[in-house]
Design a protein around this ligand. Structure first.
Ligand SMILES: Nc1ncnc2c1ncn2[C@@H]1O[C@H](COP(=O)(O)OP(=O)(O)O)[C@@H](O)[C@H]1O
Ligand SMILES: [Mg+2]
Length: 286
């Protein structure tokens, strides 16, 4: 995929006000311009209230820009006639899976969005089975969703979105309700789909370790996009992160403390492994 055809989501100078009284209130977002390509995994970070959830809702056409434009595969989200197509292209996964699970069994829940697509029932059945298999939910199909663990619920919510065969998934702090194992399990599945199927991912997270695994990190502050770069660039910029009340990965933070203590570590340390390797080679050379 090259050039224009690979753009899934495009935000063009977007401004968004929750209130209609534009002159008297601060916009939740302003001047937001960026694009996400097919196959990209973008982490979206920023302090509370910086506009992350608002931006995801704009990409899913749950909200429409007050000014500027959001295009999903070239289609404006402001066009009512194409809303179903936009929502199918960009599926959204919320922070709390309980808000997304509606049916009485896992099977019905995964099929829920598909029922509105006027697909033959055999096709619905096939897609439910395929996504259930993909997310390791085959054994749970007849279970009521409310009896599942947090990680299982979030996987059911993801299966329901993936069954619609989106080009992009928008995840709003999807691991906030999960234990560490559930968290790893969900993120591993999403990363696999991203790598194997070219699924674009926009992942809102306040965990630096999660953001470090992305291809690209976009930083919001007070409704503005203030940084957009590779994890090795954005997450090692501690003056920027600390000024926003954010932090780097544990390795970035510890490397900075050790450097301040006079330890001659190289500048680009992001992951634990890199820190360990650098410390070992210092040890060997001393
Ligand atoms: N439904 C709403 N009505 C009015 N203001 C809102 C609403 N939702 C969010 N906001 C405001 O918009 C700004 C951005 O919020 P949000 O997108 O939720 O930020 P984040 O997800 O980064 O914490 C905040 O100032 C917030 O108070
Ligand atoms: Mg939010």
């Amino acid at each position: 995929m090259h050039g224009q055809s690979s753009i899934i989501v495009e935000s063009k100078d977007v401004e968004f006000y929750y209130s209609g009284e534009e002159e008297t209130v601060w916009p939740a977002l302003s001047g937001i311009s960026f694009t996400v390509n097919q196959g990209e995994y973008v982490a979206l970070v920023g302090p509370n209230g910086s506009g992350k959830t608002t931006l995801l809702k704009l990409f899913n056409a749950l909200l429409i820009p007050s000014r500027g434009e959001v295009l999903v595969k070239g289609i404006s989200t402001a066009n009512e006639d194409t809303l179903p197509e936009v929502r199918r292209t960009c599926g959204m996964i919320f922070q709390n899976p309980d808000n997304q699970l509606v049916a009485t069994t896992v099977e019905e829940d995964i099929a829920f969005g598909l029922e509105n697509l006027a697909l033959p029932s055999r096709e619905i059945q096939n897609r439910v089975l395929e996504t259930a298999r993909l997310l390791g939910l085959e054994k749970l199909l007849k279970q009521p969703p409310h009896l599942l663990s947090g990680g299982e619920k979030q996987r059911v919510a993801i299966a329901g979105v993936l069954a619609m065969e989106p080009k992009c998934i928008l995840m709003d702090e999807p691991t906030a309700m999960l234990d560490p194992a559930g968290c790893r399990e969900v993120l591993k599945t999403v990363r696999k789909l991203n790598r194997e199927r070219g699924l674009a991912v926009i992942h809102v997270t306040h965990f630096p370790e999660e953001a470090a695994g992305a291809d690209r990190i976009v930083v919001l502050n007070e409704g503005q996009l203030i940084a957009d770069g590779a994890p090795g660039e954005v997450l090692t910029n501690l003056p920027l992160l600390h000024s926003l009340g954010l932090r780097g990965t544990a390795a970035v933070e510890l490397a900075a403390l050790l450097r301040a203590d006079g330890c001659p570590l190289p500048p680009q340390i992001l992951h634990n492994r890199e820190l360990v390797d650098s410390l070992c080679s210092l040890e060997q050379n001393s």
